[in-house]
Design a protein around this ligand. Structure first.
Ligand code: CO
Ligand code: CO
Length: 303
């Protein structure tokens, strides 16, 4: 039962959280790619209720075939996003590599008793998702050259958005569990959390925030390879109503880049936290379902 990041208790009051994430460019603009890579790398620390304290760059760059100014722009975008998060860059490592990759290793801290794991969800808990789904499908459309600039700009803003405020607000509220939605999609990450917590999860498709463009592109057959792998791997543990369109089913398995937090909170506190998230400008946050006792480790999606 791997969690979002590694945790090591240093003292009774301090545990460190360590995580590393890097990938190949998902958008054309290098500065924006740098920003997204940072938001993505910090996210696992936020998902665990921690505060990132330092970061280090990881760079793979084709020095013979790409102008160095591209790398400079990526790093500039990264530093700008780190400074927004209040996290100093303390070092890094770069190598010559035929394929460009960028990411970071991040260290955070949390009080050991305030650590939020991807286990511990309880029957009756409400489930809040803080960002819309569909970035993988839209990035595939971007690569295929069929996504309008306006759609790319919108989705880019979401991918570059930090999960810092959502994390702080969930800590203030007190929650049972949390994870962030990344490569395994909503269904994959939900299954992991349900298994670890020995509970089941029910979602209502109409409550889930989804980029409508992702639904449309999926309907036109655009889907990333990761989506098909997620479906193969996870569909045996998911029961999705036939009334949910096949394009929306795709979105549920879509791998996300720098996705939102999936927060599990007792029902009496859920509306209050949701209101605070909206008040902090996290407008798409929504209660998308609830935890049930059985069937353990299974996700059910109804219309
Ligand atoms: Co994660
Ligand atoms: Co990660």
């Amino acid at each position: 039962m791997l969690d979002d990041a590694g945790v090591y208790r240093l003292t009774d009051d301090i545990a460190i959280i360590q995580t590393i994430d890097f990938f190949t460019p998902i958008v054309d603009d290098p500065y924006t790619f740098g920003q997204i890579a940072v938001a993505n790398a910090l996210s696992d620390v936020y998902a665990m209720g921690g505060k990132p304290i330092t970061a280090m760059n990881i760079v793979c760059f084709p020095i013979d075939s790409l102008d160095i100014s591209v790398l400079q722009k990526i790093l500039k975008g990264g530093v700008a996003k780190l400074s927004e998060a209040g996290v100093p860059l303390v070092g890094g490592h770069s190598i010559d590599d035929p394929e460009l990759k960028y990411g970071l290793s991040v260290t955070g801290t949390v009080h050991p008793r305030k650590l939020v794991a991807n286990s511990g969800a309880e029957p009756g808990d409400k489930i809040i998702l803080t960002k819309p789904l569909g970035t993988g499908i839209i990035n595939t459309a971007l690569k295929a050259g069929v996504a309008p600039q306006e759609t790319v700009d919108k989705v880019t803003r979401y991918m570059a958005a930090l999960n810092d405020r959502a994390s702080e607000l969930m800590q203030e509220a007190g929650v049972h569990a949390c994870t962030d939605i990344t490569g395994f999609g909503l269904i994959g990450h939900s299954i992991q959390l349900a298994r670890n917590s020995r509970v089941g999860i029910n979602y209502n498709i109409s409550a889930i925030p989804i980029f409508h463009e992702a639904d449309e592109f999926a309907g036109r057959g655009l889907s990333p390879g990761g989506l098909r792998r997620n479906r193969e791997f996870y569909s045996a543990s998911a029961t999705i109503s036939d009334e949910v369109s096949s394009s929306l089913q795709d979105v549920l398995f879509d791998p996300q880049t720098s996705g939102g937090l999936l927060i599990f909170i007792s029902p009496d506190k859920a509306e209050l936290l949701l209101g605070k998230l909206h008040g902090a400008g996290i407008e798409d946050a929504a209660i998308i379902g609830e935890v049930v006792a059985k069937p353990e480790g299974m996700i059910t999606v109804v219309k």
